[in-house]
Design a protein around this ligand. Structure first.
Ligand code: FE2
Length: 378
C-alpha cells in the first residue's frame, strides 16, 4: 500500500502495557432466541463440533447453553428458559447477538482489579466455580453497548469447558470446515463513541492502537466510517472499533446501530489456513457470502502483486485479496447471519499481512450497499 500510515505491529506492541496479560480468546457467548436450533446451524453450516451443555438436566433452571468448538474457537449459545430476565431484555433489545467476549487469563482476580482500578465498570466480581474436575475463576467488566469481557482463569480445571457444564457428545458431528482461531472481533459503536472506546482499550486494558482510518480513507458514494484497531501486547487479541460517519445516505455501520439498537459486535473474523477449501465447504453447506463484481479481479494482481494461490478458484469463490507491507491476506465476508442486519462473519487467511484488508473496503462496501438497497435501508 502506497499511502500506508499503518505502523508495524512489532514497533508498537512493546508499548502495550502488560498489567493485563491475555493468553487468547477463551470463548464468545451469544444470547440467542433458540440455542438448540442455533447450535444445529453452527454445526451443520459451519462445522462446529458439539462440546458441552448446560440446561435443565444439569440443574440450570433459568437458561440453557450449548458450547461448540472448532479448533481453538469456542462458541457458547445461550437462551433464557423463562420470561422477564436480563437475557430476555438482551434478546428483546438486540435480537441474537454477542453478549460476552471472554478472555483467557492467568489470574481473573488480578485482571478484574487492574481494569476496574483503571475505570472499567464491573459486570461481576471475581467468583470461583467448582466441580469434581477443579475450579475456574471468572470475573467480568463492561465494554461497548451491553457487551462484556469475562476474564476466565482455568489453569486449575481439567473438566469439559467449565463447572456447571457437562460433556455434550451427540452422534451428529458434521465435518469441520477448517476454521482455526479468532483473528479479530469488530465492535460497531454509536455516534461519537469511537474515541471513548479506543481510550478504554488503551487506558483500561493496556492495548495499543495499531491502525486508524477515517472517512477520507474509506468512503463510497453513500457509506463512510471511521475505525481504530486496538491490539493487546502479544497481538493475540485485536479489536477494531468502527463508528459511523456521515455519508450521503445511511452507512452500514449506522444500519447496524439502528437494528442492534446500540453498540455491539459487528463481525467475528475466523482464520483458516486454506481459505479455498474452507469457503468451498461453507458455501456447500449454505453459508451466504457477499459477492464483489467480477471486474474486481481484472487488475487485482497488479494491485497486490504475486500470490501463491491460483487466481481462478479465488475468483470463482469471490475471495478478496489485499497486501500490506508485511505480506498479503485473503478474506471473504458473509451476509448477516441473523434476522436483523447485524452480525456477520469474516473468513481470513493471512500470508504475513498484519492489517485488515483496507484495500478491499471500497469494493466491499459497494457490495454491502447493494444488500442494504434490497433491505430498503439505503
Ligand atoms: Fe474484519
Amino acid at each position: 500500500m502506497s499511502e500506508n500510515t499503518i505502523p508495524q505491529l512489532e514497533k508498537i506492541l512493546p508499548e502495550a502495557a502488560d498489567f493485563l496479560p491475555l493468553l487468547g480468546t477463551d470463548h464468545i457467548e451469544l444470547i440467542v432466541g433458540n440455542a438448540k436450533q442455533s447450535a444445529f446451524y453452527y454445526m451443520t453450516a459451519w462445522g462446529f463440533q458439539p462440546f458441552a451443555y448446560k440446561g435443565l438436566e444439569t440443574g440450570s433452571k433459568d437458561s440453557v447453553s450449548y458450547v461448540l468448538k472448532q479448533d481453538k474457537i469456542v462458541l457458547v449459545l445461550t437462551t433464557p428458559l423463562h420470561s422477564g430476565g436480563v437475557l430476555n431484555k438482551h434478546l428483546n433489545d438486540h435480537g441474537d447477538g454477542v453478549k460476552s467476549i471472554a478472555l483467557w487469563v492467568e489470574d481473573a482476580t488480578k485482571s478484574w482489579e487492574e481494569t476496574t482500578k483503571r475505570g472499567a465498570k464491573s459486570a461481576f466480581e471475581p467468583e470461583v466455580r467448582k466441580d469434581d474436575n477443579g475450579e475456574v475463576v471468572l470475573s467480568a467488566i463492561h465494554t461497548y453497548g451491553e457487551t462484556i469481557h469475562v476474564f476466565v482463569e482455568r489453569h486449575n480445571y481439567n473438566g469439559v469447558f467449565m463447572p456447571g457444564y457437562r460433556a455434550w457428545n451427540p452422534e451428529y458431528k458434521p465435518e469441520d470446515a477448517g476454521l482455526k482461531y479468532i483473528d479479530h472481533m469488530v465492535g460497531n459503536v454509536n455516534w461519537g463513541e469511537m474515541n471513548t472506546w479506543g481510550k478504554f482499550y488503551a487506558e483500561v486494558m493496556g492495548f495499543a492502537q495499531i491502525i486508524s482510518f477515517d472517512d477520507k480513507d474509506i468512503s463510497t458514494e453513500y457509506t463512510a466510517l471511521m475505525s481504530k484497531v486496538m491490539s493487546n501486547g502479544n497481538g493475540r487479541i485485536k479489536f477494531p472499533i468502527n463508528e459511523p460517519a456521515k455519508g450521503r445516505k445511511k452507512s452500514q455501520i449506522e444500519e447496524y446501530i439502528d437494528y442492534y439498537e446500540g453498540s455491539g459486535c459487528q463481525h467475528i473474523a475466523l482464520a483458516t489456513d486454506d481459505i479455498v477449501k474452507t469457503v468451498t465447504a461453507l458455501k456447500a453447506r449454505g453459508v451466504d457470502f457477499l459477492y464483489v463484481p467480477e471486474t474486481y479481479y481484472d487488475d487485482i494482481l497488479e494491485r497486490v502483486g504475486e500470490i501463491k494461490e491460483d487466481l481462478e478458484p479465488l475468483k470463482k469463490l469471490g475471495i478478496l485479496i489485499d497486501r500490506d507491507e508485511d505480506g498479503y491476506l485473503l478474506q471473504l465476508f458473509t451476509k448477516p447471519v441473523l434476522d436483523r442486519p447485524t452480525m456477520f462473519f469474516e473468513i481470513i487467511q493471512r500470508h504475513g499481512a498484519t492489517s485488515f484488508g483496507k484495500g478491499n473496503f471500497k469494493a466491499l462496501f459497494e457490495a454491502i450497499e447493494r444488500e442494504q438497497e434490497s433491505r430498503g435501508t439505503l
